[in-house]
Ligand binder design. Structure first.
Ligand code: NAD
Length: 389
């Protein structure tokens, strides 16, 4: 079995899908590993470290054409997918949804559709890490969680660096400094890490989520939970929040506006799986915040939780509020983000590895494969309801 990891071509992407440590693990399974020159450069893994673990360097086209298995962070372009061998496996964030669209409707012609068509035509086994089921068994392969956890940490560190005041309380002869007030909206994986990081830095943290269990987790980390009576909310069988009705969203926005206005930092992490993110902080609330306050919107790429956020940018509003909309904040810590992501991919391969035949063992009934595999043998095989729209 030949594995190839090409360089990431997406602008500002610093992560890599393979690290020297994961080369060692995969070689231990009997897999031959090839990399494109410069693969881990942006994450500070020079080529020599890969070569020292037994990987070989190969040109991009040749690598794609010869590989049985291709590891990527971002999806390959459709023309490169078509270069791959029939029956080969492509695994990474394959972005199967179309959430970048304004209205969230399934589109007719997009790069995502072109990639899907290419995987079908080329007979590629497309494994989308976004679709990995959120079960205990699949936790070690859950790249959404591994990256969101780091993004939550970075959100707080960035906010602390940009904020005009310190996070902890300080009592000194020169005066007493009150702790920074941080409000975390959305207490999933990223939100919990944001709470933990802000608490470690000494901030006073308030948190809100539509799921009661998330609020209890926030409290166990020392945050104050904001409870808003929204009527029936709940979550899906995968632990994701159900979308609120427009009326519920209105109640939420009204109830949390005052907390935003009194906060030095607001961190928004509320996403909806495969859908456009809900708008949670409108311009009037941003306008009510103090000069110099910071908002970090982790949902910027999928429409944003905050009115006025610009994906990939930091903007300062007329009243001096800085809205940080950098996408994929885990890219600020690419060494750890790559380490976690590469572990997720190599754990997936190891989990299904058949030592007798030295090959990946497919099982159409396996819940992890049923969840994560999109295409196989020229057919779209994923039954997730999100694809049935
Ligand atoms: P996510 O990134 O999709 O959303 C982030 C958070 O935003 C979620 O907690 C969600 O409830 C919240 N949210 C949605 N709409 C909101 C709104 N209007 N206002 C406030 N908050 C809102 O979710 P995630 O972090 O990827 O995961 C969510 C949950 O999935 C986790 O907390 C956990 O319970 C579960 N999970 C389970 C496993 C596992 O069992 N292996 C692994 C990871 C996550």
């Amino acid at each position: 079995m030949l594995l190839f990891a090409p360089n990431e071509l997406v602008n500002l992407e610093c992560r890599t899908a393979l690290t020297p440590a994961s080369v060692r693990k995969l070689k231990g399974l009997g897999i031959e590993v090839r990399i494109e020159a410069g693969l881990g450069g942006a994450a500070d893994f020079p080529d020599e470290l890969f070569l020292a673990e037994g990987a070989e360097k190969i040109g991009r086209d040749e690598g794609l054409k010869s590989a049985d298995l291709v590891f990527c962070v971002n999806p390959l372009a459709s023309d490169e997918i078509r270069m791959m061998k029939r029956g080969a496996m492509l695994i990474g964030f394959l972005e199967p949804f179309h959430v970048h669209l304004e209205d969230g409707e399934a589109p007719v012609d997009t790069p995502a559709k072109a990639r899907m068509d290419a995987m079908l035509e080329a007979g590629i086994t497309g494994v989308s890490v976004e679709m990995m089921p959120r079960t205990t068994l699949a936790q070690k392969m859950d790249a959404i969680s591994s990256q969101a956890n780091l993004a939550g940490y970075v959100a707080v560190v960035l906010a602390a660096e940009r904020l005009n005041k310190i996070f902890p309380m300080m009592m000194t002869p020169s005066g007493t400094i009150s702790p920074a007030k941080v409000f975390v909206i959305g207490v999933g994986v990223a939100g919990l890490q944001a709470i933990a990081t802000a608490k470690r830095l000494g901030a006073r943290v308030t948190a809100f989520d539509t799921r009661e269990e998330a609020l209890e987790q926030a409290e166990s980390l020392g945050a104050k939970a904001l409870r808003i009576d929204l009527g029936e909310t709940g979550s899906t069988d995968q632990g994701y929040a159900k979308e609120l009705t427009p009326e519920q969203l209105e109640i939420q926005r009204a109830a949390q506006g005052k907390v935003c206005a009194e906060s030095d930092v607001v961190i928004c992490t509320a996403k909806l799986f495969g859908r456009k993110a809900p708008l949670l902080v409108k311009a009037d609330v941003v306008a009510s915040m103090a000069h110099g306050s910071i908002i970090v919107d982790l949902a910027a790429e999928t429409g944003g939780n905050v009115e006025g956020v610009v994906a990939g940018k930091e903007v300062v509003t007329g009243n001096g509020v800085r809205i940080i909309g950098h996408a994929k904040l885990e890219n600020f810590v690419p060494r750890d983000a790559s380490g976690m992501f590469a572990n997720n991919l190599s754990n997936f391969i190891e989990h299904f590895w058949d030592k007798e035949t030295s090959s990946f063992k497919h099982d159409d009934e396996d819940p992890i494969l049923k969840g994560a595999v999109l295409t196989r043998d020229g057919k779209f095989v994923n039954e997730h309801p999100a694809f049935k729209k």
